[in-house]
Design a protein around this ligand. Structure first.
Ligand code: IVH
Length: 697
C-alpha cells in the first residue's frame, strides 16, 4: 500500500490524489475480477466498500481528476461472459480432506465398516499427488476430443475447448484403434514453476500485473476468450480420473489400470502415482512426497488416496459431494508472522457475529493475506489475542487463513484484552449467546440489515437462484435503495422498471437483461429452492436429500409444519430418519418453520415461483425408484449402510419403521417386530436375495 493510503482524502495534495485514484482504480478492478469472474475474493465486502468509498470521497474533492476508468462509473465487473455452458455427463465432485494420520485411518475405517470388512483387512489404495491447479473435464467421442470444460459448479462448467487444445498432455485423438464410444477424462491443468516465474518477469517488465501464484496463472490463462493467449502460455495437464464412459473395450478393473490406459491413450499422468497395499505404505508415500514437494516443478498441496478396486469404488459411492472411496491428505499449513491491526465483526445471515482479524498484509505460501478468521469469542479469549499483537497466521490449501497464536505475549505496553461486543455492530440489537453455543448472535432478525442482506446474497448465490447479472454488489445496492428487501421482491422487480432505468449505469438493455435473467429463474428445482432459503446447516447436499425425500414443496412444507407441532411425532421421525440428517440439522429446519416471518417469506415466494418437483435422481428406470423400503434383521451380502446407500441411489426412500406407506420390507436373519408388523399390514416382504434380484444384483 502506498503512503497516500494512510492519509485522509482531505489531506491529499492534487498530485497524491491523482496517484491514489490510479491505485484505487487498479485495485478495485482487480477485486472486481477476483470476485465476479474468479470467485476468489481476497478481501471482505467491508474492505471492498471502504476502497470504493475512499475512491468516491477523493473524486468528490478533486472532480477534475476523475479517471475515465473510474470504479464509480462501473457496476461490478462484466460477467464472465463469452464462454458457453457445458453440462458434465457425470458430476465433478470434490474430495474430503484429511489433515492427520488419524483422519486417514478414520477414512479407511469407515470404508471397512461400510463394506463390512474386518478391522485389519487391507484396502489397496492408489496414491497420487494432489495437483494444485484447475480441474478440467474432457469429452472424447469415438476417440476424438470434442468438448473441454472447467469444473464450474460441478454440474455445469464453461466451454474452454479451444483453449485446452493448446495444453500439453491433452491428446486431440486417443491412441487406440478401439476407443470407448464416449468418455470423460478428468484432470488438472497447471502452470509449471519455471514458466510461471518467466511469465511474471516478462509481465513485470511490461508493467502488467503479475500473477500471485501458478494456480492463478493457470486459471487466468485457460479462461481467456482469445485462445492464442492460452497458446502462448506453456500450460500442462495431468489426467487422474474418468467420468462417464460408454462403450468400453476391455474395461479396466483397477484405478491403476485406468491410469495406465490414460497414459497409453496419450495423456500425461503423474509419474509419482503409486499403488499401496496397505495404509502404512500409503502414509510412507505421503512422507516421501512431502519431502520431494519443494523440488517438483509444479504445486501440490497434498496426496490423494483412492480405493484401487473400481468395483469397490462403485459400491462405496458418494456422500453429498464427495466420494467415500477417496480422500485428500493435505500437507501441513504454511505460516507467517504479522501484526494484528484490528478485529472486525461480521454479521452473517443467521445473525452470527464472526470476528475477523485485520492483518498487516503478508505473503503466506504465495498468497497475500490481509484477513484471517478468529472463529469466535472463546477462541479470542483462549489465545488471548489483542489488537496490536504480532500473530502467527496459517494457511492450508483453500481453507480460510487462521490465527494460530500470539508471539509477543510478554511485550510491554500490550493492549487490553479484547472485549467481544454484546450488541450487533450493524443494527445495535442485543447479541446473545445461547447456552452451550460458542456463537453470539444478533437478535435483530430481519430488522438487522446485515442479516437481511446476507440472506438475499445467499438467495441469489451460485448453488441457489444463481440469477445471471444479479451479483452480490447489485443486491446490496438494491437493498439500500429499497428496491429489494425480501427474496420475493426480486421477482417483483419488473414492476419497478422505471426506477431501475433511473439508476446510474443502467440502460434499456442492461435492465432488460436483468429482468430476463430473473424471469428465467421463475421456475426452479426444489433442491435449489430449499438451499436458497438459507436454513442453518442446510447446505446444497442436505437440500438435495430433502428434495429427494419429500419430492414437492407442498409435501415438505406440510410435513415440516406437522413436525413443528409435534417434535416427537411421525413427521419428525421421518425427517430425522433421512440418512445424514441428524437431530441437530432437523432442529434447525424446524426452528426455521417455527418463525412466522419465514412462513410469510415462503408464502410470498410461492406466489411468484414455480418450484419443480424433485425426480428420484439416478436410474428412474429402477423398479424401486420412488418406493419406500425398510430393512430389518441382519443382512449377509452387504452392511446395512451399504444397502441403504444403494437403495437411495436407485431412488428409493429408506424408512426405519414399517407403516401402510411402506412398499417393501427386506427381511434379513433374525428379523423381529418389524417383520411381524409388515405381516400384519400386508406389506410385501422380500428376502435379501430377492431384494438383490429386484435391484439387479
Ligand atoms: S480425484 C471424485 N485426483 O482436487 C474425485 N483430484 O479437492 C475427483 N485434484 O476437484 C477428484 N489432484 O481438481 C483427484 N490426483 C487427483 C487430484 C485431484 C488434484 C483436485 C481436483 C478436485 C479437487 C478436490
Amino acid at each position: 500500500m502506498g503512503k497516500e493510503a494512510e492519509k485522509a482524502p482531505a489531506e491529499l495534495s492534487p498530485g497524491e490524489a491523482k496517484t491514489e485514484l490510479k491505485r484505487l482504480a487498479k485495485e478495485i478492478a482487480r477485486h472486481d475480477q477476483l470476485y465476479h469472474q474468479k470467485d476468489a475474493p481476497e478481501i471482505s465486502d467491508a474492505e471492498y466498500d471502504s476502497l470504493t468509498k475512499r475512491n468516491k470521497a477523493i473524486e468528490a474533492l478533486f472532480p477534475s481528476l476523475k479517471r475515465t476508468d473510474s470504479p464509480s462509473a462501473r457496476v461490478g465487473a462484466e460477467p464472465a461472459a463469452g464462454f458457453a455452458k457445458v453440462r458434465h455427463l457425470h458430476p465433478m465432485l470434490s474430495l474430503d480432506n484429511a489433515f492427520t494420520r488419524e483422519d486417514v485411518a478414520d477414512f479407511i475405517g469407515k470404508i471397512r465398516r461400510f463394506l463390512g470388512r474386518k478391522d485389519e483387512a487391507d484396502i489397496e489404495l492408489n496414491v497420487e499427488p494432489k495437483i494444485d491447479g484447475l480441474s478440467a473435464n474432457l469429452r472424447y467421442e469415438d476417440g476424438k476430443f470434442t468438448i473441454g470444460a472447467t469444473r464450474g459448479d460441478g454440474t455445469v462448467g464453461e466451454d474452454i475447448t479451444a483453449n485446452l487444445k493448446h495444453v500439453a498432455g491433452i491428446p486431440h485423438t486417443l491412441k487406440d484403434p478401439k476407443p470407448p464410444k464416449l468418455i470423460e477424462i478428468r484432470g488438472e491443468v497447471y502452470f509449471p514453476h519455471d514458466a510461471f516465474f518467466a511469465l511474471n518477469k516478462e509481465r513485470e517488465k511490461a508493467g502488467e500485473p503479475v500473477f500471485a501464484n501458478p494456480r492463478n496463472a493457470a486459471a487466468g490463462s485457460v479462461r481467456q476468450l482469445d485462445p492464442t493467449i492460452t497458446k502462448s502460455r506453456p500450460l500442462k495437464f495431468f489426467a487422474y480420473a474418468m467420468g462417464e464412459v460408454q462403450g468400453w473395450h476391455n474395461e479396466p478393473k483397477l484405478h491403476s489400470e485406468a491410469i495406465d490406459r490414460l497414459k497409453k491413450w496419450g495423456f500425461a499422468v503423474n509419474p509419482k502415482t503409486r499403488v499401496a497395499k496397505r495404509l502404512d505404505d500409503a502414509l510412507e508415500l505421503y512422507d516421501e512426497l512431502a519431502k520431494e514437494r519443494a523440488d517438483l516443478n509444479y504445486d501440490i498441496d497434498g496426496v490423494v488416496y483412492k480405493v484401487n478396486d473400481l468395483a469397490l469404488q462403485n459400491r462405496l459411492g458418494f456422500v453429498g459431494r464427495a466420494p467415500r472411496w477417496a480422500t485428500a491428505h493435505k500437507f501441513p499449513a504454511e505460516q507467517a508472522v504479522t501484526t494484528l491491526n484490528d478485529i472486525a465483526i461480521q454479521v452473517g445471515r443467521t445473525g452470527a457475529l464472526t470476528p475477523v482479524a485485520k492483518l498487516e498484509p503478508i505473503t503466506v505460501g504465495g498468497v497475500v493475506v490481509s484477513n484471517a478468521t478468529l472463529h469466535n469469542e472463546d477462541e479470542i479469549a483462549r489465545k488471548d489475542v489483542r489488537i496490536g499483537d504480532k500473530v502467527i497466521v496459517q494457511r492450508a490449501g483453500d481453507v480460510i487463513p487462521q490465527i494460530v497464536s500470539v508471539v509477543d505475549a510478554d511485550r510491554k505496553g500490550r493492549g487490553k484484552p479484547y472485549k467481544f461486543p454484546e450488541k450487533c455492530p450493524v443494527c445495535g440489537s442485543h447479541a446473545v449467546r445461547e447456552e452451550g453455543e460458542v456463537v453470539r448472535r444478533c437478535t435483530g432478525g430481519l430488522i438487522c440489515p446485515a442479516q437481511a442482506m446476507e440472506r438475499l446474497r445467499h438467495f441469489v448465490s451460485r448453488g441457489a437462484f444463481d440469477i445471471e447479472g444479479l451479483g452480490y454488489k447489485h443486491i446490496e445496492a438494491f437493498y439500500q435503495d429499497d428496491l429489494v428487501k425480501t427474496p420475493a421482491d426480486i421477482f417483483r422487480l419488473h414492476r419497478r422498471r422505471l426506477e431501475l432505468l433511473d439508476r446510474e449505469g443502467w440502460g434499456e438493455s442492461s435492465v432488460k437483461n436483468l429482468l430476463d435473467a430473473i424471469e428465467a429463474r421463475r421456475t426452479i428445482p426444489l433442491d435449489r429452492f430449499i438451499y436458497a432459503l438459507g436454513i442453518r446447516q442446510v447446505g446444497e447436499a442436505t437440500a438435495k436429500l430433502l428434495a429427494r425425500h419429500y419430492h414437492s414443496l407442498e409435501e415438505w412444507q406440510a410435513s415440516m409444519l406437522a413436525a413443528v407441532k409435534d417434535r416427537e411425532g411421525a413427521a419428525y421421525q421421518d425427517l430425522n430418519n433421512i440418512d445424514q440428517i441428524g437431530e441437530s440439522v432437523a432442529g434447525d429446519i424446524l426452528d426455521f418453520f417455527d418463525e412466522k416471518h419465514n412462513l410469510e417469506a415462503l408464502k410470498a415466494l410461492a406466489k411468484e415461483l414455480t418450484v419443480e418437483q424433485a425426480q428420484a435422481i439416478a436410474a428412474t428406470s429402477s423398479p424401486v425408484s420412488g418406493k419406500t423400503v425398510v430393512f430389518t434383521g441382519a443382512l449377509t451380502k452387504m452392511t446395512r449402510d451399504e444397502a441403504k446407500a444403494r437403495a437411495e441411489t436407485l431412488g428409493a426412500k429408506v424408512a426405519s419403521s414399517v407403516s401402510k406407506k411402506t412398499d417393501y420390507v427386506i427381511v434379513g436373519e433374525d428379523a423381529g417386530s418389524k417383520a411381524a408388523k409388515a405381516a400384519e399390514l400386508g406389506v410385501t416382504m422380500l428376502s435379501e436375495d430377492a431384494w438383490l434380484e429386484l435391484i439387479g444384483g
